[in-house]
Design a protein around this ligand. Structure first.
Ligand code: FES
Length: 187
């Protein structure tokens, strides 16, 4: 005969008393610059950078698609380099300069690559667009006039479920072809 399952220790979800006895999530005070603005904030150690940006700083331009380092929708720049914000802990951003899509436009003017995306109909549903823009911005800051092969290589980690890749590549190449097109936005 099989043993009866042991129900003597209910799960915390089923037992409010057990849940209330849980210690609060540990938090860490960090400082980071986001789009040129300094923030000092206590973050839960379990928060991702995407959660910090979206849920605490209201920067919802950073999208969460897969939430597991596969799609690139959450791409932001950390110290100038593209990272998946869904897969970075917020505490790891302590002392970092972070740029999100909200930091690309300056004084009401779209960055060259943002404008090129519009001109070339690069967004379809638009969900992946912020991540595409951030990766493209990082590329154009290091290779100001990339060719199509370089753009494709740089954007390999940014998926577009609408499969509008040709237009996206055209847009980034076109942005790089503009005079003085080194991309930036707020650092
Ligand atoms: Fe971060 Fe997909 S949401 S890689």
């Amino acid at each position: 005969m099989r043993d009866k399952p042991d129900t003597s220790s209910d799960s915390q979800e089923d037992n409010p008393k057990a849940a209330s006895a849980m210690p609060p999530p540990s938090r860490t005070a960090i400082q980071l610059n986001v789009n040129g603005i300094s923030h000092r904030i206590d973050v839960e150690d379990r928060w991702t950078l995407a959660e910090l940006l979206r849920d605490q700083l209201d920067l919802t331009g950073t999208k969460i698609g897969c939430d597991r380092s596969e799609c690139g929708a959450c791409t932001v720049l950390m110290n100038g380099k593209p990272v998946y914000a869904c897969s970075q802990l917020a505490v790891w951003a302590d002392g970092a300069d972070v740029q999100t899509v909200e930091g690309l436009a300056q004084n009401g003017h779209l960055s060259p690559v943002q404008q090129a995306f519009i001109d070339h109909n690069a967004p379809q549903c638009g969900f992946c667009t912020p991540g595409q823009l951030m990766t493209a911005t990082a590329l154009l800051s290091t290779i100001p006039s990339p060719d199509a092969a370089q753009v494709k290589q740089a954007l390999v980690g940014n998926l577009c479920r609408c499969s509008n890749y040709n237009a996206i590549v055209e847009a980034v190449v076109a942005a790089g072809a503009q005079p003085g097109a080194r991309q930036g936005g707020a650092a």
